[in-house]
Design a protein around this ligand. Structure first.
Ligand SMILES: [Zn+2]
Length: 261
């Protein structure tokens, strides 16, 4: 059974395709999906989905594209205490898009981390072309020592190199691989896999984006996490069942949920 540790389910909920998408996911052996927020609207949809389905958990926060929005921090803090809410995010730094707003992105990330500490929740981090700033902000977060869970969070959709992974692992973070790891040109990324300890490894779809091979170019959905898992298992020389079991255990440890079904 699979856990999709990162999917933007609000997309499927808002266009009415979620019931079919969920049925497909279950048919593919997906037991649990972590529904990711990032804006007021996405947060509300993720929260509602977690409330109505015991196999869906929500991660709520304000992502870097919210730098020009007006986050409702009081409401977020309140929602973070709701049952079924298991983390803060996604949030982070992206200097590929929006390097001109680096300062505002950093301030927004730090405010999300503060909310996570107040709620004692792990964080789901996006990072692109912002390695040093990401590490230094996460290091300061962990160093506060207050409101930091045993595992402080995950770097989702990891696309960096082994030394970057090492710095994040040293801070206690998990590393999550998306469909990008299945792409033909991703040899360098696949080469990072063996350097991630098995108890720190997660897989995700990041649906509806970045569908894995052999669904590349299609709209991604949680059912396709199995393709990511099969690729990672083959690369690590593990059985698919072993990889599924290990990544499920890791997701449960990070997000502190027990399987409902
Ligand atoms: Zn995402």
């Amino acid at each position: 059974m699979w856990v999709d540790s990162h999917a933007h389910l609000d997309t499927f909920e808002s266009d009415g395709t979620w019931p079919d998408t969920w049925a497909q996911a279950q048919a593919a052996g997906v037991q649990t999906v972590i529904a990711i927020g990032g804006s007021t609207d996405a947060n509300q949809r993720a929260l509602a989905m977690a409330r109505s389905n015991h196999d869906i958990y929500a991660v709520l926060g304000y992502d870097r594209d919210a730098v020009s929005a007006t986050p409702d921090w009081d409401q977020l803090q309140q929602h973070l205490t709701a049952s079924g809410v298991v983390g803060v995010g996604e949030t982070g730094l992206d200097y590929h898009y929006g390097a001109d707003q680096a300062g505002a992105q950093q301030a927004l990330l730090e405010r999300n981390l503060e909310a996570a500490r107040a709620a004692n929740l792990p964080v789901v981090i996006h990072t692109r072309e912002a390695e040093d700033d990401t590490v230094s902000i996460l290091r300061a977060h962990v160093a506060t020592g207050q409101g930091i869970p045993d595992c402080p969070g995950v770097i989702h959709c990891f696309t960096g190199d082994a030394p970057f992974a090492r710095r994040l692992l040293d801070l206690g973070f998990m590393i999550s691989f998306s469909g990008i790891v299945t792409f033909k040109k991703s040899d360098a990324l696949r080469a990072v896999l063996p350097s991630v300890p098995l108890d720190r490894l997660l897989i995700e779809t990041d649906a509806p984006y970045c569908a894995p091979v052999p669904k590349r170019g299609k709209r991604n959905e949680p059912a396709f996490v199995a393709y990511v898992g099969e690729c990672v298992a083959a690369e690590l020389g593990m059985s698919v069942a072993e990889l599924a079991s290990q990544t499920t255990t890791n997701a449960q440890r990070l997000f502190r949920f027990t399987s409902a079904s």
